[in-house]
Design a protein around this ligand. Structure first.
Ligand code: SF4
Length: 300
């Protein structure tokens, strides 16, 4: 079969589902390529991670006998069949991107069920192991993990040990759940070669539990990527006031973390919140002028 692939988001981030689909079809002898308008395809896969807020949909191609659409941008109930889900991704599909990085999920799901997040609805109200590292890592120097809540998985110590044994540089791209940090798992995290670690402080009512975890991590962590203990996502424009946004940002700054403003429903966010994001997320600006009240957006 001739297979065409469309990465609808077109972002500078490899689409894991398409890399697995590519690997699967190549393994059964099919011809796989990025879709183009001049060829005829037996099947075209369109994959879309983001919804209309962040990415525009593509029209369906008319040069395909069959079209399969998937990804959270098209709905929460589409899943890859097991024989594709658990295959080593075809990283060469994105040949223009660095080939020294592996991407994947060790766990899926999250027990928290935050109202602004689709993970629990899509992947289940609980974190469970779905793969060993060797399923998507084959010796690359770097690993980017996309797990939604690794620490909530009962197997997380075993999975952290796999990361330690890999010797690769690891980026926990999604927030690790600060409320679940313990002396034991921090000691294990200390053995992982970290390029980046992210936490999250989204709800004000979770402040005590989040701060307990972040304080413990700051006390025990032996690695400081980019000079800070880690990056902490702060959700804004959801259910917090500007005063509460600043409280979280200043508290994190003073604890030695890098706060990072996330905006809910960004297209409709107030100007002040967008300004807050521009100030806080640009580390150079933030470190030069650590007080938002004194930030002048006209000055670089
Ligand atoms: S803890 Fe994170 S992954 Fe889990 S539901 Fe909340 S935002 Fe989503």
């Amino acid at each position: 079969m001739r297979i065409g692939l469309i990465d609808v988001d077109g972002h500078n981030w490899p689409n894991i589902a398409l890399m697995k689909i590519s690997a699967y079809h190549k393994s059964i002898g099919d011809h796989v390529e990025w879709w183009d308008g001049f060829s005829q395809y037996d099947r075209v896969y369109m994959s879309r991670v983001f919804d209309d807020t962040y990415s525009e949909d593509e029209p369906e191609p008319c040069n395909a006998a069959e079209i399969i659409k998937g990804g959270t941008g098209y709905g929460l109930d589409n899943r890859l069949p097991d024989e594709i889900e658990h295959i080593m991704p075809d990283y060469g599909l994105y040949h223009w991107m660095p080939q020294d990085t592996a991407y994947g999920f060790l766990t899926r799901g999250c027990p928290r069920g935050c109202h602004f997040c689709i993970v629990s609805e899509k992947e289940g109200r609980g974190s469970r192991k779905v793969a060993n590292l060797s399923e998507f890592w084959s010796g690359q120097k770097k690993i980017k993990l996309l797990d939604p809540n690794l620490l909530a998985c009962t197997d997380h110590m075993e999975l952290l040990e796999q990361l330690v044994q890999s010797g690769a540089w690891v980026d926990f791209t999604q927030g690790l759940d600060a409320r679940l940090l313990t002396e034991q798992n921090i000691q294990e995290l200390n053995r992982v070669k970290l390029t980046e670690i992210h936490f999250a402080w989204d709800y004000m009512q979770e402040s005590d539990a989040v701060l307990r975890g972040l304080r413990l991590y700051a006390k025990l962590a032996n690695r400081r990527p980019h000079g800070k203990f880690g990056t902490v996502y702060c959700l804004t424009n959801y259910d917090t006031t500007m005063q509460e946004n600043l409280y979280r940002i200043y508290t994190l700054r003073d604890m030695g973390y890098d706060p990072y403003v996330m905006i809910y429903d960004k297209p409709n966010a107030p100007h002040e919140v967008r300004l807050l994001q521009r100030w806080c997320n640009n580390r150079k600006i933030f470190r030069t002028q650590p007080d938002f009240e004194r930030y002048d957006p006209k000055r670089k």
